[in-house]
Unconditional design. Structure first.
Length: 319
């Protein structure tokens, strides 16, 4: 007796299980290509019956997560997976479609995330195995703050995203060939201010700047504290020169607010370095870092764009 169901029987079974559990049930072959799936998979833009070649299970994920899903599949099939599941976002084009084109209107759409659990199928007499999978939708991560709500991705002092969260986000955007800019902010003369005012005042300055930049950021932008008095802002979709003009306005506003509220204490200012979003995440951050150094060297309370440096400063140093 064949221990596996026919195609029609299997499809009916997957559909029944999915209706009970509210999940998507998958079955792959030994190479990871989807053989059967419950009907809800069609809602994610995948219709197996209409395809000549079935998609690989990793093709369900955004390109930035594709390699990780493939690795998880191999680990699960070999029975050596260290993690119980893997989480990934839908491909960007599918996410935009499912959000009724909101991204096309310049709004940050809700990235739909799923958790995938895989278990190996025992190898049959024909030498073929595969995996059974359970795909469950995670609560949509509506905002950047919710997106990075895990403790290991949140800065404990300010409550915003930390360095790890920021680096992961840049890597994801670069993996989708997105355009935009990165800005690095730093509170001017921070060490001198701490020596004069005390460590507790330094922490208060950091929290104040985090609150300020969190208010002025746009919906699609991510702000993070990298370390000490240094912050970063990811500005997806922005032309670098437009981003520079906006960051200069942010810095001027912060300085003005600090001046008006100082009430006898020292006013606080900040500087920023920007770079266009291309290359690797490390190359992008290195360019922004160089621009920040130039802004500090020019006296602070200003912003500089790496791509607008004079040729004699950038020659042979572009990453």
């Amino acid at each position: 007796m064949n221990p596996w169901f026919s195609v029609n029987d299997g499809s009916a079974l997957y559909g029944m299980l999915a209706e009970i559990a509210g999940d998507i049930i998958l079955k792959t072959d030994a190479d990871g290509f989807i053989e059967h799936a419950s009907p809800d998979l069609h809602d994610l833009g995948v219709d197996i019956s209409a395809l000549l070649i079935a998609p690989h299970i990793a093709d369900l994920a955004d390109r930035a997560h594709n390699a990780a899903v493939r690795a998880y599949f191999l680990e699960a099939c070999n029975g050596c997976a260290e993690r119980d599941r893997i989480e990934f976002a839908l491909p960007r084009s599918v996410a935009e479609k499912l959000n009724d084109g909101s991204a096309a209107q310049g709004q940050r759409y809700s990235r739909r995330w799923f958790a995938l659990r895989l278990r190996p199928i025992p190898v049959a007499d024909n030498g073929k195995g595969g995996a059974l999978g359970l795909l469950r939708a995670i609560e949509p991560r509506q905002a950047v703050d919710q997106y990075w709500s895990c403790d290991d991705l949140t800065d404990q002092l300010t409550g915003i995203a930390n360095h790890r969260a920021f680096v992961q986000t840049i890597s994801e955007y670069l993996g989708t060939d997105s355009k935009g800019a990165v800005a690095l902010f730093e509170i001017d003369a921070f060490r001198a201010l701490c020596l004069r005012l005390g460590q507790s005042s330094g922490e208060a300055m950091i929290r104040a700047f985090a609150d300020f930049i969190g208010v002025v950021r746009h919906e699609r932008e991510l702000v993070a504290r990298l370390d000490g008095p240094r912050f970063a802002m990811l500005m997806p979709g922005n032309d670098p020169e437009d981003a520079l003009a906006r960051v200069r306005e942010i810095i001027a506003t912060f300085a003005e607010l600090s001046q008006n509220s100082s009430a006898g204490s020292l006013p606080i200012s900040a500087s920023a370095g920007l770079a266009s979003l291309h290359g690797t995440q490390q190359q992008t951050l290195n360019r922004a870092e160089r621009a920040l150094i130039l802004a500090n060297a020019a006296g602070g309370a200003r912003a500089e764009l790496f791509e607008m440096w004079p040729a004699y400063l950038t020659k042979g140093r572009r990453a």
